[in-house]
Ligand binder design. Structure first.
Ligand SMILES: *Cc1c(COP(=O)(O)O)cnc(C)c1O
Length: 427
């Protein structure tokens, strides 16, 4: 099935007389006729639902849909994107281990790695997202457990050279984990370029309407865990009756362990209602992404016209633009469009940027990004304000950067709003 069809149809197939639309199973638990029947579930011998922390039918449907869209063997939803990033790393790394991460990543992920993982004894080396496989060589250590990057980084809109990062990781028998939040599987499928694990903040385009926080981890099923680097997957888990994930679950070892071990112990489970909203949102994902990208291109072209014309805009970053430094990577990894997010600078620096923010009418100043309604944010004074100038630079965020998330309204109305706000900022 093609992506548009998968968005609508995958994950839930009602049987005779069952509800046509995925129901919200608003229940923490599930009833069985005998202890033995339930015991088989606990032993991972039978498939079924018993407690919503571990699995729930309303989450199961969008999990199957996302796995199908990304081309993976399994998916686990989490309560937020942050939880998905954390669990994806903790599933294969612990105290004394090391990971390599692209520096062009979401500020929340940067803090998670820089601060919290460090406190847990996992050290992160941040590297330029444009590194080649050869350049990445020097960062690997004997205790390196994974490489992490973001397909299209929030908010700097840098594009990860997935193939280079995957080649470097695989040469050292470790997986590449890619945060694919901004492009969504409609615009890029990282597994097609060698990534092994994909994570998402479903709070963004996947839900699409800014109604439910959520995250997801998808396993390609392609990574060979048996190099000796991952005893947590290839040796018996004494907390799960001695199960050896690679022996029992084969290509789905990683994603089964994420659920059976970490969801069990840490518990960042999605609420059934949020899973329902995610599933509903994803039905229109392919349609929405086309409109987001078409609108964003028009907005970017308008901003460039102001840059080249009266200079009210000082720079424009949209990877689809032919003279963008990321354009070559955009053509390779995001040929159908990058996303609806455009960033730019307003003439007059931080002060003019603030005036612009205060003057928009249709666009809303919100922390959120990547949903149906046009919104904007000034990262340096909000999401990234805890980072030093040095760290900001590493993440590709300048003090005058406005992150503009183009919605699915009519592009003419969005551009008219930008025009009047630019005029006010120039006063
Ligand atoms: C928002 C975001 C996250 C964090 O997701 P939450 O759902 O807010 O926890 C992670 N990665 C990227 C790229 C994001 O945009």
């Amino acid at each position: 099935m093609k992506p548009e069809t998968v968005c609508v149809q995958a994950g839930y197939s009602p049987k005779n007389g069952e509800p046509r639309v995925l129901p919200v199973y608003q229940s923490t638990t599930f009833k069985y006729d005998s202890s033995d029947a339930m015991g088989d579930l606990f032993d991972l011998k039978a498939e079924g639902f018993f407690y919503t922390r571990l699995a729930n039918p309303t989450a199961d449907a969008p999990e199957k849909k996302l796995a199908a869209l990304e081309g993976g063997v399994g998916c686990m939803l989490t309560s937020s994107g942050q939880a998905a990033s954390l669990v994806s790393v903790l599933n294969i790394a612990g105290a004394g281990d090391h990971i390599i991460s692209s520096a062009s990543i979401y500020g929340g992920t940067y803090n998670l790695f820089y601060k919290t993982l460090a406190q847990m004894g996992i050290e992160t080396t941040f590297v330029p997202c444009t590194s080649t496989a050869a350049e990445l060589e020097k960062y690997f250590r004997p205790n390196t457990k994974c490489v992490f990057g973001e397909t299209l980084s929030n908010p700097s809109l840098d594009i990860l050279d997935i193939e280079e990062f995957a080649n470097a990781a695989h040469a050292h028998h470790v997986p590449l984990i890619v945060d694919n939040t901004f492009p969504t599987p409609i615009n890029c499928r990282p597994f097609d370029f060698g990534a092994d694990i994909v994570v998402h903040s479903t709070s963004k385009y996947l839900d699409g309407h800014a109604v439910a926080l959520g995250g997801a981890i998808i396993d390609s099923g392609k990574f060979d865990w048996k190099s000796g680097n991952f005893p947590m997957l290839t040796e018996p888990d004494d907390s799960y009756h001695g199960v050896t994930y690679t022996d029992t679950f084969g290509s789905a070892a990683f994603i089964v362990k994420a659920r059976a071990h970490l969801m069990r112990d840490l518990g960042p489970a999605p609420a059934p209602m949020n899973a329902f909203l995610l599933n509903l949102g994803m039905e229109t994902l392919a349609l929405r992404m086309r409109q987001h990208c078409a609108n964003a291109r028009k907005v970017a072209d308008y901003l460039v016209s102001r840059m080249k014309g009266d200079g009210a805009v000082t720079w424009v970053n949209y990877p689809d633009l032919p003279d963008n430094p990321n354009h070559r990577l955009c053509e390779k990894y995001l040929p159908n469009g990058s996303s609806g997010v455009v960033s730019f600078g307003v003439r007059g620096g931080r002060e003019a940027a603030t005036k612009f923010m205060d003057s928009v009418k249709l666009a809303a100043v919100v922390t959120h990004v990547a949903d149906a309604r046009t919104s904007l944010l000034h990262p340096a004074s909000t999401t990234h304000r805890q980072l030093s100038d040095e760290q900001l630079k590493e993440c590709g965020v300048t003090p005058d950067l406005i992150r503009f998330s183009v919605g699915i309204e009519n592009a003419d109305d969005i551009i008219a709003d930008i025009e009047q706000a630019l005029n006010k900022a120039a006063e």
